[in-house]
Design a protein around this ligand. Structure first.
Ligand code: NAD
Length: 252
C-alpha cells in the first residue's frame, strides 16, 4: 500500500484457519486494517498475536445473513469503510460418496462456501461502488475444475463461486470494483500437514511441481489482487495449484 495514502480496510472470512491467518498477517504487514471474521472464538487470540491495533477479530456464523450484516456494521464503525473483501471461509462438511451424501451436510457446505460469499458481496459491493473503488476475492479451489470424488458438496460449491465472481465483476466493474476467484491446489496448512503421509505423497505427485503450495504464496497473490496494480484484472479465475489441474500422466 502507498504509505502516503490512508490505511485501507479489508475483511477476511475464515480468518482463524490456516490460509485465513496467513492472509490476515500478510495484509496487516502491508499496512491494511483487517477485520478478521470466524465462527471459532479462538480468532481473538489469533488476532492478538498479529500485534496491530488495527486488526479486529469478530466471531460470526457467516451462514446467517443477519449476523453477516451486523458484523460488517461493527467493523465499519471501528475500522472505517471496507475497501476489500476476501471470501475465504470454506468447509468440507462430509467426505462420502454421492449416494451417501446427507441433506444437512450438503446444505451446510452450500451455506458456508457459497451463500455466505453472496451475503458479504450483497452488503459490500454496492458500498464499494459508491466510493468508486473495491476489491473482492473469492477463494475457490482446484476442485472447482477437476471435481473431487467423495466431496460433491465441496466441489460443487467451489464451481458455483465462479457464477458469483463473474456476475459481481460484470455488475460492478464500471464502478471501479473488481472481483476475482483464486483456485488453490493443496496448500501446506496444519490440516493438510496432519493427513497421513501416504495421502500427502499422493497429492504432491498429482501436481506437476511435486509439492504443496505455501500459505505465503496465496497471501502474495491476494495482496496483488487487492493492489492498485491489479486494477485491470476482473472476472478472472486464477489457478494457484502447482499445475494440479494438468494431466500429469506420461505415455513414455
Ligand atoms: N488448504 C488447502 O489446501 C485448500 C485448497 C484449496 C482451497 N482451499 C480453500 O481455502 C479456504 C481456506 O482454507 P483453509 O485450509 O485455511 O481452511 P481451514 O479449515 O483451516 O479454515 C476455515 C475457517 O473457516 C471457519 N468457518 C467455518 N465455518 C464457518 C462459519 N459458519 N462462519 C464463520 N467461519 C467459519 C473455520 O472456523 C476455519 O477457521 C477455504 O475456502 C478452502 O476451501 C484450501
Amino acid at each position: 500500500m502507498d504509505k502516503t495514502s490512508r490505511r485501507k480496510t479489508i475483511i477476511i472470512t475464515g480468518a482463524a484457519g490456516g490460509i485465513g491467518q496467513g492472509l490476515s498477517k500478510h495484509m496487516a504487514s502491508l499496512g491494511w486494517k483487517v477485520g478478521m471474521i470466524d465462527i471459532n472464538p479462538i480468532i481473538k487470540e489469533i488476532a492478538q498475536a498479529i500485534d496491530d491495533t488495527m486488526v479486529m477479530p469478530v466471531v460470526c456464523d457467516i451462514r446467517d445473513s443477519a449476523q453477516v450484516d451486523a458484523v460488517i456494521t461493527r467493523i465499519e464503525d471501528t475500522l472505517g469503510p471496507i475497501d476489500a473483501l476476501v471470501n475465504n471461509a470454506g468447509i468440507v462438511a462430509n467426505i462420502a460418496p454421492i449416494a451417501k451424501m446427507k441433506d444437512n451436510r450438503w446444505a451446510n457446505e452450500l451455506a458456508v462456501n457459497l451463500s455466505a460469499a453472496f451475503y458479504f458481496i450483497r452488503n459490500l459491493a454496492p458500498k464499494m461502488a459508491e466510493k468508486g473503488w473495491g476489491r473482492i476475492i473469492n477463494v475457490s479451489s482446484a476442485a472447482a475444475r477437476s471435481g473431487l470424488p467423495a466431496q460433491i458438496g465441496y466441489a460443487s460449491t467451489k464451481s458455483a463461486l465462479w457464477g458469483v465472481t463473474s456476475t459481481t465483476a460484470a455488475e460492478f466493474g464500471s464502478k471501479g470494483v473488481t472481483c476475482n476467484s483464486i483456485l488453490p491446489g493443496v496448500i501446506a496448512t496444519p490440516t493438510v500437514l496432519s493427513m497421513p503421509a501416504h495421502i500427502q505423497e499422493g497429492v504432491k505427485k498429482a501436481s506437476v511441481l511435486g509439492r504443496f503450495g505455501e500459505i505465503e504464496e496465496i497471501a502474495h497473490l491476494v495482496a496483488f489482487l487487492c493492489s492498485e496494480k491489479a486494477g485491470f484484472i476482473t472476472g478472472a479465475e486464477i489457478d494457484i495449484d502447482g499445475g494440479y489441474r494438468l494431466n500429469n500422466t506420461s505415455l513414455t
